[in-house]
Design a protein around this ligand. Structure first.
Ligand code: CAO
Length: 448
């Protein structure tokens, strides 16, 4: 059995955050991904889960302590890890390795400290649950003030936290507040749907039927496979975004016959350099030109205020074995198509290898979701909050197009732009699409 240090991983932009809850105690048997502590900045709270399973020997933090990346959380006697001073990477321990792979750890998560005893392995805890790096994030102002474990508790009970009054510091909602809320509803002291914080006027809640409970084994053999960590995080984000953002998707088609010829030519010229240009790099450049022309697309809603961004960081959806992630390419306006091709393919590989750091998934202004390499004609991409629009791209195909005299074969690329109708009117959505069609039809227009 080896002793393992659990340390705080990269938690994005937060340097010093306060420990507001300690969820385990020395002597506990802990599992991989079990939350150890909850930390809170002035903007968000998040849980720091364990990256290894075992017996918690000691805790190095208490409520009120300030921690940052690398802070020691506790020592664990790792179940299954071999002793003898080997690093985790060298132990061949399947569980440990698997947890890192599933949690998209940075390579340096395995680094060991020089002044520690050799049998002590140094492992940063897994990336935080609900960290600001998840594929998309709510505006902090829109979240009820509660820790992730309380939010999870409330979700399990089907409690809408916006209806619960918080009795904790700064009005934070505690587990006891949620329990009290449920008791009050059950005893009839509080009507279901009542809003103690602010009168909702009724009709605001989703009065849905409970999820169907089905014993599938009654109908045939089944296997149960837990969702991956990425799927759980991205699923929760997608669900919130789908429910909270009034989406409209506008479809259009771009004639990319000339652009495709340029792409093929560029690939020939750059074959020796090992650079492969796909449509994605052109789409990112075109998206930036359209964002410049229609600034309300390069924005986020903060309450009643539209925050217009002066920078152009574009995310792209990447399909990985563990689920969907959205790496962000910075300053796309300052980069050329070839640079973007290199960077997106490196980031896509990093995503597939589970090695993206939280900061590499933060700060996006607009996202591109390209299913073009796979197929399809059009689809409805879900907006990656707090962004206000996303461009979905399907597979191009050669179609007969009437040129006024005859049908001619042209390569047509289907575009599906989803936008937040609170921010963007239908006419603006159609104009954005039409402008993209113009740019992709004649890429020289990018220079105008
Ligand atoms: N039409 C036709 N062919 C296309 C195309 C398009 N729109 N886009 C890409 N292709 C081709 C590429 O040129 C490449 O062809 P060759 O193999 O012949 O060179 C092939 O499809 C594979 O491309 P790719 O998918 O590897 O590369 P990419 O740059 O187009 O995409 C990435 C990279 C990371 C976006 C992609 O791999 C991926 O993960 N896509 C899925 C995104 C996703 O899941 N979106 C849904 C999210 S929910 O909204």
């Amino acid at each position: 059995m080896a002793q393992v240090e659990l340390r705080v991983p990269d938690i994005g932009d937060f340097k010093e955050v306060e420990v507001i809850e300690v969820l385990v105690k020395a002597g506990d048997e802990i599992g991989v991904e079990q939350s150890l502590i909850t930390v809170e900045s002035d903007k968000a709270s998040m849980e720091i889960p364990a990256s290894v399973a075992g017996k918690l020997l000691s805790l190095a933090v208490k409520v009120g302590d300030k921690v940052g990346e690398g802070s020691l959380v506790g020592m664990v006697e790792a179940a299954g890890a071999s002793a003898g001073g080997k690093t985790v990477a060298g132990t061949g321990d399947e569980n440990v390795a698997k947890s890192f792979e599933a949690l998209a750890p940075p390579v340096d998560a395995l680094s060991s400290s020089s002044n520690a005893s050799p049998e002590v392995q140094h492992i940063k805890t897994a990336p935080p649950v609900d960290a600001p790096s998840s594929p998309s994030n709510p505006s902090p102002a829109s979240l009820p003030h509660a820790s992730p474990s309380v939010r999870k508790f409330a979700r399990e009970l089907g409690v809408d936290l916006t209806k619960v009054s918080g009795s904790g510091p700064k009005g934070r909602i505690t587990q006891e507040d949620v329990q009290k809320f449920v008791k009050d509803v059950m005893s009839g002291a509080l009507a279901v749907g009542a809003a103690p914080k602010a009168a909702s006027g009724g009709g605001a809640g989703l009065d849905l039927l409970p999820w169907p409970q089905v014993d599938f084994t009654k109908f045939g053999p089944v296997d149960a496979k837990p969702l991956s960590r990425i799927k759980k995080i991205s699923g929760a984000n997608l669900h919130r975004n789908w429910v909270m953002i009034p989406h409209v998707t506008g479809n259009d088609e771009a004639d990319i016959t000339d652009l495709e010829a340029l792409r093929v030519q560029l690939n020939k010229e750059n074959e020796k350099a090992g650079i492969k240009v796909t449509m994605l790099a052109f789409l990112m450049k075109a998206a930036v030109a359209a964002l410049k022309k229609f600034p309300e697309f390069n924005a986020s809603l903060d309450g009643d205020t539209l925050v217009l961004k002066q920078y152009f960081h574009i995310g792209f959806a990447a399909d990985t074995p563990n689920g969907l992630v959205v790496p962000v390419i910075r300053d796309v306006d300052k980069k050329g198509v070839l640079d973007l091709a290199v960077e997106t393919s490196a980031m896509a590989k990093k995503a597939r290898d589970g090695k993206l750091s939280p900061s590499e998934m933060q700060g996006g202004c607009f996202s591109v979701s390209s299913l073009g390499g796979i197929g399809g004609t059009h689809f409805t991409p879900i907006i990656n909050a707090p962004e206000v629009a996303i461009l979905g791209v399907s597979k191009s195909s050669t179609k007969p197009v009437w040129d006024g005299k005859a049908f001619v074969p042209r390569m047509i690329l289907p575009l599906s732009l989803s936008y937040d109708h609170r921010v963007i009117d239908g006419a603006s959505g159609a104009r954005f699409n039409a402008y993209l069609v113009q740019l992709l039809g004649d890429f020289r227009r990018i220079a105008l």
